[in-house]
Design a protein around this ligand. Structure first.
Ligand code: CMC
Length: 439
């Protein structure tokens, strides 16, 4: 009879071990063994026991999470069980943030209360403006964003009470409310424009657009347009969570040390800043600009295939199919460009996708467009400079980071400080040599 166990024979000793197999909601995904069950496998009593070696955590589950489900082979993404396509069509970012944080869709009364709390907390401490002013006007927007989030922890000392669930929820609301303001102020600072305060009578997204573009010649069209408002809302929904990626794992790792959520989220945003993660949308747009015209695509593809460069916005550790978020963003890019005017880069992007998807190199490696391939075209159309792209990603991902942090902090059994092991491959013990005797 089939059993949910794994039988392992250690050929060094001939001993046989029976290790239980654990499952998540879907047995066909995520069957795993507990790494600690390997520890009993020893050659002698003094042996530390067997460990698993997994740089990049490519085959390691670090948590059991009820937030987001991804089937990378079939291109499926769900938040709390709801398909991303339905949320993108019917929901709003603030409702999705509620869903991620609380695990259920809100009733009308819950949603009204949630929205009011968030919108009323969008104003940031006046001193943070001075702090922002200290950054050079050409500082990378993501560097400013990361630094300001970290600095915010000094304004909220009570946030250190991370073991208090009420305090955790207060800071969660405060952070979701303040990230659009920090992002908008970052942008205004880089343009040398006066900061625009949030207005509690406006919606979350419209507030963000207003703080970005008010009193800016040529931008009124953008911030008054419902298509643009909806496009930003949908982009935020699509970026809100993506289970255990590099930045979310960073959030959980820093959170596991019981650091305050501002420090943890600043670290998570720092991870997102990297060009292989949230920085890829900036890289993808810069790549499209460098390619410039369709005629240059074949030469560029050859360089990619020779491993001289990567096709940014393509490929994913988990998706081995079309990223469902990219499908939605590709369609939305057309709607946005109808409002803002045509951009030849979308034709370059479409042609690049078409050529790549029919090329053996990409087919063999299952490389498809990811969330970053088309999002940059929309951000550019909205008038954002490229270094704001990862900030927009981070703003939306804040809801996901916080939901994972809350899940971790609320689970006393799993809330262990992250402390992996290493395999030491360095020198054996050696005697210290005085400097004069060294050759
Ligand atoms: N262009 C060209 N070749 C690629 C690409 C790409 N974008 N991505 C992977 N490959 C190749 C890679 O060279 C390797 O080929 P080979 O076996 O001949 O050495 C093979 O595919 C496997 O690549 P890998 O680097 O081992 O795959 P990974 O799972 O470690 O990397 C990735 C995932 C996202 C870092 C990678 O696909 C990549 O660098 N993509 C471009 C950057 C990008 O768009 N990142 C955004 C990801 S989505 C947003 C997010 O969640 O952060």
């Amino acid at each position: 009879m089939a059993q949910d166990t794994l039988t392992v024979t250690d050929n060094r000793t001939g001993k046989v071990y029976v290790i239980p197999i654990r499952y998540g909601t879907y047995p066909e995904y995520g069957a795993s063994i507990s790494a600690m069950d390997l520890r009993q496998i020893k050659v002698s009593e003094n042996d530390f026991g067997l460990l698993s070696f997994d740089p990049g955590l490519t085959n390691t589950e670090t948590t059991a999470s009820a937030i987001t489900f991804i089937d990378g082979e079939r291109g499926i993404l769900r938040y709390r069980g709801y398909p991303i396509e339905q949320l993108a069509e019917k929901s709003t970012f603030l409702e999705v943030a509620y869903l991620l944080i609380h695990g259920k869709l809100p009733t009308f009364a819950e949603f009204t209360d949630w929205t009011n709390k968030i919108v009323q907390n969008m104003l940031i401490h006046e001193s943070i403006k001075k702090f922002l002013d200290g950054f050079h006007s050409n500082a990378h927007a993501m560097g400013v964003f990361v630094g300001t989030l970290g600095a915010k922890s000094t304004f909220y000392p009570a946030a250190k009470n991370v073991l208090d669930p009420k305090q955790r929820m207060r800071e969660t609301i405060n952070i979701i409310a303040s990230v659009p303001t920090i992002a908008a102020y970052t942008y205004r600072h880089s343009c040398g424009l006066p900061y625009v305060y949030p207005d509690p009578s406006l919606s979350y997204i419209y507030n963000f657009l207003s703080m970005l573009f008010r009193m800016q010649p040529g931008k009124e069209e953008i911030y008054h347009n419902p298509v643009i408002e909806r496009a930003l809302d949908v982009l935020f929904i699509l970026h809100a969570d993506h289970e255990q990626n590099c930045s979310t794992t960073t959030m959980r790792t820093v959170g596991s040390a019981l650091s305050d959520p501002y420090s943890a989220i600043s670290a998570a945003a720092g991870a997102l800043y990297g060009q292989l993660h949230g920085g890829a949308n900036q890289e993808a747009l810069e790549m499209l600009s460098q390619i410039g015209t369709k005629e240059n695509i074949p030469a560029f593809i050859e360089r990619v295939k020779n491993h001289e460069t990567r096709l940014m916005g393509f490929g994913h550790r988990v998706y081995k199919n079309y990223d469902p978020r990219a499908k939605i963003i590709k369609k939305m890019a057309d709607q946005v460009l109808e409002v803002t005017g045509p951009d030849p880069l979308i034709d370059v992007a479409r042609e690049l996708e078409c050529i790549a998807l029919s090329d053996e190199y990409f087919i063999k490696r299952k490389l498809y467009p990811n969330v970053d391939f088309y999002s940059g075209i929309i951000y550019k159309a909205l008038g954002f400079p490229v270094d704001m792209f990862p900030v927009l990603f981070a703003l939306a991902r804040t809801a996901g980071w916080l939901s994972h942090w809350l899940e971790l902090m609320g689970n006393e059994d799993e809330r262990k400080i992250v402390r992996p092991r290493q395999q030491y491959v360095g020198e054996d013990v050696r005697e210290y040599v005085p400097m004069d005797d060294r050759t």
